[in-house]
Every structure is written in C-alpha cells, then in structure tokens.
Design a protein around this ligand. Sequence first.
Ligand code: GLN
Length: 273
Amino acid sequence: MTVGEAVRAAATRLAATSDTARLDAELLMAHALGLARSEMLLKAMREPAPTSFSAMVDRRAAHEPVAHITGNTEFYGLSLAVTPATLIPRPDSETLVNAALEQAADAGRALDCGTGSGALLLAVLAHREGWDGVGVDASPAALAVASANAAALGLAPRSRWLERDWHAPGWADDLGRFDLILANPPYVEADAALDPQVRDWEPAGALFAGPQGLDDYCALIPQLGKLLVPGGVAIVEIGATQAEAVGAIAAGAGFAAELRCDLAGRPRVLLLR
Ligand code: GLN
C-alpha cells in the first residue's frame, strides 16, 4: 500500500472516532515517516507506507489523542512536546496569546499560572524578545515538559519553571510582580460529559474545577492583584458559558473585565485590569 492509500484508509476508519479523521491520519503518517506533514503531502504520497503506521492508527481508534501518539503538537506556530502529564494545547487558547501579544509592549515580565506544557508563556516569549517569564504548575511532571520545550525553542535563558500550587498560602510571595499574567486554569464542571479522548487521556487536574468549573478562578483571581505591577493585565481563559460568572469573581476582586471571543465566536478570554 502507498502512503496515500494508507492515509485514505485510515481516515475512513478514524471517522468513527474523530472529527478530524483525515488530519489525524496525515499527522500520524507524517510522524511514522519522520517528515513534516507538508513535506509528506508534497513528496511522499506514492511511496510505500511504513509498517509502524497501522499500530498508530489502532491507538487513535481507541481514542488516544494524536498528540500523545506523536509526542508533540503545534501551538501558535511552535512545535511543542506533550505528554499525558499536560493538557494538550488547544487552538482555542491561541485567542489568549493574541490578546497577550496585543498587550505586551517591548519588554516586560510574564507569569503563566498552570503552565502545563508551557504553551502560553513560550508563545509570548517566542514573539517578544524583550520579555522573560515564570511558568508555575502544581505538577512536576508537567514542569519537566515545559522546561524541555523552553530548551528546545532556545527560550530557557528567558524562562523559569517552578512547582507552585495557588491553593497553598504564600505560593507566590517570592515571585515579584508581573506586567502580564496568563492563566488557562482548570474550568470544566465536575460532571461534564467530555469526549473520551479528553476524559480518558488528559490529566483530570488540568481540566476539572468543582461543580461549576469555577473553583480555580475563585482561588486564583483574588490573588492576582498583588502579583501585577500598576497598569498590568491578567488574561484568563474561560469556558464558553462562564463569562458572566468569572466576570463576577473578577469584579469581586476589584478587576474590570473585557471579553474576547475565539475564532468560532465563543466567549474564551477575559482581560482583567
Ligand atoms: N478547553 C478544554 C476542554 O474543553 C478545557 C481546558 C481547561 O479546563 N482549562 O477540554
């Protein structure tokens, strides 16, 4: 079978599992070939399919995310390593990076709360040479992924990755103040019906935040004021139905909130000042 035929057959099979079956099949095949997807599409479609491909398709058919099978994903134009210890960076979160880059002047300091793979902070640092930053996470396994990503992107000299839990008093006492704070905290309702590829494969600690998905906003947002320089801005990702509730938590903490929607037009980000 050629690469092209194997990709077509896999796309048909994966349609039962995935909304992005053709893309998934292409990404897995590119990984099996050790090529960029674009290079594979241009040059390799008539070559013989590698034997390693079918085991990867089997894993995807059992709902394992493509990013876990290939060990990486693309976010804001960056290639990032991901493991089951981190949330897989979502295209939706690129809305947060857009807002951050809009706010970020020539130089400054950023804090990424619940950094996971490091995606948000690394995307900002990659696009703003005068910036440095700190990524914090409660998971040491996630921090290992984030610091490896920073090193791979040449951003290690401008970043620090620290194990911190914002539920623990004093967690940020030694961090100083920041011009920009980024956060994609857990915000999924405890009993939400998630897709199996999320529910069974991604870390619960990065997803769930109590009955309404608001527990981490309640814990974190009131602590952000003392971490911002005067005039600084905190940018938090929210679930599509949470703008009002999170806006109220922010108002209670003395912030004015400005809403941004994602590319699908759903509420996705609040800027807090
Ligand atoms: N957007 C993610 C999802 O719906 C949730 C991310 C989060 O909780 N921070 O799977």
